[in-house]
Write a protein that binds this ligand. Structure first.
Ligand code: NAP
Length: 242
C-alpha cells in the first residue's frame, strides 16, 4: 500500500516529530505549516536525509479553500492521501475565563476545531481506507482553569467529533482516534506566556517529568498504523500518568 500522510502543523513540535517518525516508517509525508517555511523546509530536509519522501505545503487549515488546496497538492505530488494527523492547535496568553475575549474564543475554536472538521471532511471524501488521528489535549479533561478554558473547550469538542466520526465511519475502512498529550516540551508554552510551564508542572506529574514530542509521535504513529487495526473511536493519554 502506498501510504501517504498529511500532518497538519508539522513545522515544529509534535507535528514535526510525527512527520519524521511516519517517514521513517515508510509513509510519504506532507508537512503542513502556517508561517514558518524555514522550519518546515528543515523537517523535509531531515526526512530526505534519512531516506524518506516528503513535501511541505503552506496552508491555513482553518480555511476550507486552503484545506482543499493542501489535499490537492499532496495528491498531485505524493499520491492519494491514506492517513491524516490533525495536529494543529493554538493557545494564547494564560487568562481567567472572564478575561477571554469573544474574538479570542472564536479564533481558538476556528484554529483548533474548525480545522479538524475541515480536514476530516476533505479526507473522508477522498480516502477509501486508512486512518485519522486527532491530536487533542489533556486539557479536554482538566478544563485548564485560569489558563485557557477556550483551548480546553476546543479540545473537548474535538474529542466528541473524534468519537462520533469514528462510529459513523466504522463500517467504511477508515479508523478515527485521538491522542491527548499532557505537558510536552514544545514552543506552544511560549505562546501561552510561560516558556517554563512544563518544568513548573513536572513535580505534579506522576512520572515526574514533562513528555517529549517524540513520545507523543510514537502514540500517534501507533494509532495510525496497522498494529491498531481493531481500535477506533478511542484515545491515548500521553500524559505521564495524569
Ligand atoms: P507548536 O509547537 O505550537 O506547533 C504548532 C504548529 O501548528 C506549527 O507547526 C504551526 O505552524 C502550526 N499551525 C498553527 N496554526 C495553523 C494553521 N491554522 N494552519 C496550519 N498550521 C498551523 O505545537 P505543539 O506543542 O507541537 O502541539 C501540537 C498539538 O498538540 C496541538 O494540537 C496542541 O494543542 C497539542 N498539545 C500540545 C501539548 C504540549 O504540551 N505541547 C499538550 C497538549 C496538547 P507555523 O510554525 O508555520 O506557524
Amino acid at each position: 500500500m502506498n501510504k501517504v500522510a498529511i500532518v497538519t502543523g508539522a513545522s515544529r513540535g509534535i507535528g514535526a516529530a510525527t512527520a519524521k517518525l511516519l517517514a521513517a516508517q515508510g509513509y510519504k509525508v506532507c508537512v503542513n505549516y502556517l508561517k514558518n517555511q524555514a522550519s518546515a523546509d528543515a523537517v523535509v530536509e531531515a526526512i530526505h536525509a534519512q531516506g524518506g519522501e516528503a513535501i511541505c505545503c503552506q496552508a491555513d487549515v482553518a480555511e476550507a479553500s486552503e484545506v482543499k488546496r493542501l489535499f490537492d497538492q499532496t495528491e498531485a505530488q505524493l499520491g492519494a492521501v491514506t492517513h491524516l494527523v490533525n495536529n494543529v492547535g493554538v493557545l494564547f496568553e494564560q487568562a481567567a475565563f472572564k478575561d477571554i475575549s469573544l474574538a479570542r474564543f472564536e479564533r481558538v475554536l476556528k484554529s483548533n476545531l474548525v480545522s479538524c472538521f475541515l480536514c476530516c471532511q476533505e479526507a473522508i471524501k477522498r480516502m477509501q481506507t486508512g486512518a485519522i488521528v486527532n491530536v487533542s489535549s489533556l486539557a479536554a479533561r482538566s478544563g485548564s482553569p485560569f489558563e485557557y478554558v477556550d483551548y480546553a473547550a476546543s479540545k473537548g469538542a474535538m474529542d466528541t467529533l473524534t468519537r462520533g466520526l469514528a462510529l459513523e465511519l466504522a463500517g467504511s475502512g477508515i479508523r478515527v482516534n485521538g491522542v491527548r498529550p499532557g505537558s510536552i516540551d514544545t514552543d506552544i508554552h511560549s505562546d501561552g506566556g510561560e516558556p517554563g510551564r512544563v518544568a513548573r508542572l513536572a513535580p505534579q506529574i506522576p512520572l515526574q517529568r514533562g513528555g517529549t514530542a517524540e513520545e507523543v509521535a510514537e502514540a500517534i504513529a501507533w494509532l495510525l498504523g496497522e498494529q491498531s487495526r481493531y481500535i477506533t473511536g478511542t484515545f491515548i493519554d500521553v500524559a505521564g500518568g495524569r
